[in-house]
Design a protein around this ligand. Structure first.
Ligand code: THU
Length: 146
C-alpha cells in the first residue's frame, strides 16, 4: 500500500490550512480544514460548516470528501486534517465512516500549529467497519448454501 510522499503531504497540508480559513464556525469557533488526495493525485479541500441548529454541522473531512466526489473522485488515498491548535485532532466517528466508503485503506494525517502529527491508516481508526461489501448478499451468513 502506497504512503503519501513528503512533497504531496506538504501540498495537502497547505490545502487543508487554506480550507480552514473558510470555516463557518460561529458556535464552536473551532476552525477545521481538510484535504483529500485522489488516486490520480488531485487534491480537494473542505472546511467545517456549522448551523444554528447545531446538529446539522458538517465536518471539514466530510465536506472535502463530498466536494471531491462531486468532481468525480471516488477513490481516496489520503486525508489530511488541519486544526489551528497546539495538538493534532483525529477525525470524528462519522467522518471515519464516510472516509471508509471511498478510502478503506486511506492514510489519515492530522496536523496542527504545533510540531505533533498523528498518522494512521483508516483500519486502525475504524476496525471492523461496515461498508459497501457488507451489503453484498454473498457475505450474508444466513444465505442458502450453493
Ligand atoms: N470538526 C471537524 O470539522 N472535524 C473534526 O475532525 C472534528 C470536529 C468540527 C465540527 C464543529 O464545527 C467543530 O469542529 C467543533 O466540533
Amino acid at each position: 500500500m502506497m504512503t503519501v510522499d513528503d512533497q504531496t503531504l506538504r501540498t495537502m497540508v497547505d490545502a487543508a490550512r487554506r480550507a480552514s480559513e473558510a470555516a463557518y464556525c460561529p458556535y464552536s469557533r473551532f476552525r477545521v480544514g481538510a484535504a483529500v488526495l485522489g488516486e490520480d493525485g488531485a487534491i480537494v479541500g473542505g472546511c467545517n460548516v456549522e448551523n444554528a441548529s447545531y446538529g446539522l454541522t458538517s465536518c471539514a473531512e466530510r465536506n472535502a470528501i463530498f466536494a471531491a466526489v462531486a468532481q468525480g473522485m471516488t477513490a481516496i488515498r489520503a486525508v489530511v486534517v488541519f486544526t489551528p491548535t497546539a495538538t493534532p485532532t483525529a477525525p470524528c466517528g462519522a467522518c471515519r465512516q464516510v472516509i471508509h466508503e471511498f478510502g478503506p485503506g486511506a492514510e489519515i494525517i492530522s496536523v496542527c500549529e504545533g510540531p505533533d502529527r498523528l498518522r494512521a491508516r483508516l483500519p486502525e481508526l475504524l476496525p471492523g467497519a461496515f461498508g459497501p461489501r457488507s451489503l453484498d448478499p454473498a457475505d450474508d451468513p444466513k444465505r442458502p448454501l450453493a
